[in-house]
Design a protein around this ligand. Sequence first.
Ligand code: ASP
Ligand code: MG
Length: 475
Amino acid sequence: MRRVRVMKFGGGAVADGKKIKTVANLIRQSKEETEEKGSNGLGLVVVTSAIFEITDILHEHASRVAKEGDVEKVKKIVNELKNRHETAAYEAIDDKHVLNVVKKEIEERVGEMEKALVGICLLGELTARSLDYIVSFGERLAAPILAGTLQSMGMDAVHLTGGDAGIITNANYGNAQLTSDAEQTIRGRIMPLLDDNKIPVISGYTGETKKGITTTLGRGGSDYTATIIGAAIDADEVWLWKETEGIMSADPKIIKDARKIPYISYMEAMELSYFGASILHPRAIEPVMRKKVPIRVKNILKPEDTGTLIGEEPEKTERAAKAITLIENTSIINIAGAGVRSISDVAARIFSVLAAEGVDVIMISQGSSERNISIVIESAQLESVISAIQSINAEGTVIRDFTSNSDVCAMSVVGAEMAGTPGVAGEVFSALGKGGISIIMISQGSSEFNISFVVKKKDAYKAAQAIHDMFGMGM
Ligand code: ASP
Ligand code: MG
């Protein structure tokens, strides 16, 4: 059977025309390598992010200006976006004919985007649905440029939006979920292209409902696009090209001796991505884990480096804990039940109002006296959480009292070997104790793949270093 590899390039990798050319060269190399080895060629599927910062501009800037109704300013932003993409195309695409085609595509897509933004100006309303449509243009503009660059180098590339590629989702705008029959659609769309020896270049992050309405998969969602596609077509590997060495034992900006982890299991990578290590989209592991498709996180700045391999088996290692991550800008909320109700009733109400508000609960802990529940959330959501909790008492006292504290940082120690290894928690907490750091809250998932705790903000980096040292994570 032929081999297929999915390669996803992040926004930094396609930041400008010169970088897009580098990416195109990497793609060509991948194809040539296998042809040299005498196999019948490697099927490649490419997934691209938006050009660096474009999603942010669309998300934060363009949409806001449109909502404020400033048509002139909107037109100015649109023009800047058009220039940036045209410049990238000029730099990346040498073949004049291809360049002209791509220029037209850019013009058309920018035109659609402008129409939508002006529409928002006139309506003065920005719905989740129109926001998804607007932000999708980042990836929808990048894919034609990258495909054109490959064509200009003599490769047979075609660009597709997420929807074209079969990423069919529900209408949960901003964080859409794949529908159950999407995998089959994806296979139906992608396999014939590979059979024809074409290179599909897919806009990451974007999808489409059954009715054809554009959706997005959540910020950083191009990773997720790549793994969805990889799982659907039973790829041999999914390579995620980023501007980092791979998955690290800690954030190198915080811990000087942070080290690249050469191999990590799906479960560990999932824990890390859910807990603040912004290296992977949190849901990106799910699809490939089911199909056991390995992921490789590769460094675009050091293509020859092996990066981090993510796979099924836990690694046999002496190191019980592999990585430490932290989520800054978190708040802890302590809720005391009224005592007249069971704690499960109180918890049920709390979590249902939080779910209704779309709050992402990072940690939960409940003391055995059953009088208190502590939860950790992102501070950005604090206001809505407070009003949600206040609303619970509207029909009678369920909550006696609650307090919040935003001067905290949630941290997590991750490692598959922690499961069933006695004493790891002891070591974690003694490292903190020796550093004179007091722990505000603790929680351990029953998978035992992580131990999470909360410390004061001012102690967080020191705590991370103490634990990193204790487990020799940097060695
Ligand atoms: N462009 C999108 C974002 O910035 C998706 C991605 O880059 O993965 O969130
Ligand atoms: Mg991006």
